[in-house]
Every structure is written in C-alpha cells, then in structure tokens.
Design a protein around this ligand. Structure first.
Ligand SMILES: Cc1cc2nc3c(=O)[nH]c(=O)nc-3n(C[C@H](O)[C@H](O)[C@H](O)COP(=O)(O)OP(=O)(O)OC[C@H]3O[C@@H](n4cnc5c(N)ncnc54)[C@H](O)[C@@H]3O)c2cc1C
Length: 392
C-alpha cells in the first residue's frame, strides 16, 4: 500500500506530491495525459507572489503593470501600476518544473494513466487505474483528488456539490500589436457575457486571448464570432489564431473538501478565484495545506474524517476568506446591467480611484482593491444597494 495516490499532475497535484515525497512518504501521481502540462488550458498569467511561493525562478515572457478595460457603450479605462502586478509564463513549463521536483524528491509519475473509480477498503482506499496495458488496482492510505474542475475523485467520495462552472475558450495569436506590459480586459453582455475576455501580449507580435462565459449552445461558433467580430477585434487588427485552448473554470469551494482517506485540492476543491478565474496560486496554497495535514495524519496513524478536518480549517485561514469575498463581488458584478457597468467604468477613471488601484490592486486578493476603490470614489455610493447586497 502506498502512502498517497494523487490523481492529476497539474500544479496542485505535483506540488502536494513533491511536499509529501520530500517528507519521506511513498507517493505516486496518476495523470491521464501522456505528458505533464499537455494540453495547456490556461492563459499563463500569475502574480509575482505565485513564483515567490513556488520558491524557485521560472522564465517570464512578459511583466504586466498596466491594464486596458473595454466595457459596454464604449466605456474604457486604462491604468498603470507602480510595479509589476502580473507575470506571463509558459504554463506547461510551470507544470513540468513542479513535476520534476516531485520526481526528484522520490514521487512516481504515472502518465497515460486514468483514474476510473475508487472506494474505501481495509483502512485505506482502492483506486482503479487504466493505462495502455489495462486496468490495475492500487491501494493507498490517502487518495488526493487534484483532478481539476470535473473531479472524478470528488464524485466518488461524495464531495460534489452544485456550483457555477464557466466555459473558457482561448488561443495564441500572431500579428498582435498591443502595448507591451498591458493586459486587455473585455466586459459587458455583448463582449463577454457573465465574466470577461482577455488579451495578453507574450512577445513582440504574439499574444494569448480568451473569454470565459457560461457554456454557449454552439461553442465553436461562439468562439469564432467572438474572435472575429467580438471584443478582441478591437485590439487584434488582423492577428491570426495559431493555437486554440478550452477548459472549464469552476467556482465555489467544496465544503467539505475532505472525507475519510480523501482530500481534494486545487480546481477539484473549487479554488479558482471568482473574480479572475485564476487558480494556480490558490491551488498551490491548497496543496501545501493538504501536505501538512496528510503528514500530521500519517504520523498520528489517523486518516479519518475527524483528523483530516484540519485541512478545511487551513484552507479557511489561508485562502477561503478571500474566495468568499470574491464570490460576493462576483454576485454584485452579475447584478449590474450594461448601462450601470459602463457608468461604473467611467467613474473608475477618477484619479483618486486609479491611485487606489495602483496602490492596492492585487490579482490574488481582489477584494482589497474593491474596498479601496469604494472608499476612493464616493459617487459609487449610488450603486451601494446593488454592490453591497451580496455582502449583507
Ligand atoms: C482557458 C483558461 C485560462 C486560464 N488562465 C489562468 C491564468 O491565466 N492564471 C491562473 O492562475 N489560472 C488560470 N486558469 C485556471 C487554472 O488553469 C486552474 O485553476 C489550474 O490549472 C488548477 O490547477 P490544478 O492542478 O488544480 O488542476 P489542473 O491544472 O486542471 O490539473 C488537473 C489534472 O488532472 C488530470 N486528470 C483529470 N482527470 C483525471 C483522471 N480521471 N485520471 C487521471 N488524471 C486526471 C488532468 O489531465 C490534469 O492534468 C485558466 C483556466 C482556463 C480554463
């Protein structure tokens, strides 16, 4: 019986495996794809904090210090921060770099291996895995679900709950001329219904763009018209789509995200930020919380639900508060119609507000900027009943 079986070799799964292997426990990761990091389902935008948290350097393609916000009714806002607020990275390289550290620490990575189901047995879990050679059963003391938004581990463990899921489409473009160091964001019911679109420069004439929204009836057609006629056409100026990505972004922390012999981390636990959809940083934080909880549980010889409850407490202390505030901000955002959104974007152009965004703007802790902005622009009080409703 191995100590821990991690399902999914994304950043969260590789990180928890790394930390457990480093502490001397036997760990394997089952990853359904043949290569860690493929296919990429990410725009690769992270905060500098994320790389600091990882604890080693990775090549950075671009540093972002500004943003252009394109809203409904030709509303527009541009701001530049005093320091770098986000970094554009090579996402597959990030996943592989963490996987390499997990392997170096002693973890095994079984690529091309799909987890099909699991059940409790003999003081642990049995996981059924399928690879090219067929089915096999693996016994483990702890099963860690790091298997992303449609987590099968969560379903088998009875930890699934209803939550909002955004569909995200995107791609790489060439011939894209924008301002270096500026990310373009698109909001409004026509531009990007219910969430937002983005365009990020990655090189001198290349970029990544995308949109996250409720799952459209005909996704391919939706993305084609979004790309050619929708929001990005404002800045793309004839750019060509060279690669496509798509994926799901789930919102809503699973509570609980643990049961006897099972922990969920990253997107499987619903840790993507409701304000930006980013989930790399929160996934890493949850992986460390899971590793610490698991190590204490292994030492105590107790992997019961009562003992693993410590994991949810760690999540609450480290990240869940911000996710809850983010969920409320999202509800406030959804309550606005296009005219109100346009008016707010214009109000945000006030120098005092821009200064507040420059000072406290933080992609990982968006609520800090939101409250600073409310303070800096008294005219927003007009929208207080709408904006504050989700908070009361
Ligand atoms: C289009 C798009 C753009 C995004 N852009 C950003 C961004 O710029 N910045 C940011 O921070 N976040 C972004 N995100 C969110 C981010 O990608 C996720 O939050 C992050 O990948 C979560 O990491 P994870 O390790 O929890 O899960 P994942 O990275 O989803 O990894 C899950 C792994 O589990 C594997 N798996 C799934 N089921 C099984 C199974 N049954 N058996 C074996 N293996 C399995 C999958 O193959 C995958 O490798 C974006 C998401 C999308 C969809």
């Amino acid at each position: 019986m191995i100590d821990a079986l991690v399902v999914g070799a994304g950043p969260s799964g590789c990180r928890v495996a790394w930390k457990l292997a480093e502490a001397g426990y036997s760990v394997a990761i089952a990853e359904e794809h043949e290569q860690v990091g493929d296919p990429c389902q990410c725009a690769g935008l992270v905060t500098p904090r994320t790389l600091d948290y990882l604890g080693y350097r990775l090549p950075v393609l671009q540093e972002m210090r500004g943003a252009r916000l394109w809203g409904p009714h030709d509303s527009y806002l541009e701001f530049e921060a005093l320091e770098t607020k986000a970094l554009v990275i090579d996402r597959p390289a990030l996943d592989r770099s963490i996987a390499a550290r997990a392997e170096k620490a002693g973890a095994e990575i079984w690529t091309g291996t799909r987890y099909t189901r699991g059940w409790r047995d003999n003081g642990g879990m049995v996981a059924e895995l399928r690879d090219k050679s067929g089915m096999q059963q693996v016994q483990t003391r702890l099963l860690i679900g790091a298997d992303g938004p449609a987590s099968r581990v969560a379903r088998d463990a009875g930890l699934h709950n209803r939550r909002e899921v955004m569909a995200a489409f995107g791609g790489d473009v060439s011939g894209y001329a924008t301002r270096d160091g500026y990310v373009d964001l698109f909001v409004g019911s026509e531009l990007a219904p219910r969430f937002f679109g983005w365009a990020i420069p990655t090189g001198s004439d290349t970029g990544r763009l995308g949109v996250a929204t409720t799952l459209p009836h005909r996704p391919r057609k939706f993305f084609r018209s979004y790309f050619h006629e929708g929001a990005p056409s404002k800045v793309l100026n004839g750019a060509k789509l060279t690669a496509r990505i798509s994926g799901l972004i789930p919102f809503g922390l699973r509570e609980p995200a643990f049961t006897d012999h099972v922990l969920l981390i990253g997107d499987a636990a619903g840790l993507a930020k409701p304000t930006s959809g980013g989930g790399i940083y929160t996934g890493l934080v949850s992986a460390d919380a899971a590793a610490e909880t698991a190590i204490a549980a292994f030492e105590a010889g107790d992997l019961s639900v009562a003992y693993l409850a410590e994991y949810q407490q760690k999540l609450r202390n480290r990240i869940a508060g911000e996710l809850q505030l983010g969920a409320r901000l999202r509800r406030a955002f959804l309550a606005l119609d296009d005219a109100q959104l346009a008016e707010i974007i214009r109000m945000l152009g006030d120098p005092a507000v821009l200064e507040a965004i420059q000072r406290v703007g933080d992609l990982d802790y968006t609520s800090r900027a939101a409250f600073a902005v409310l303070k800096a622009q008294p005219k927003l009080v007009k929208f207080a009943p709408l904006l504050l409703k989700p908070f009361v």
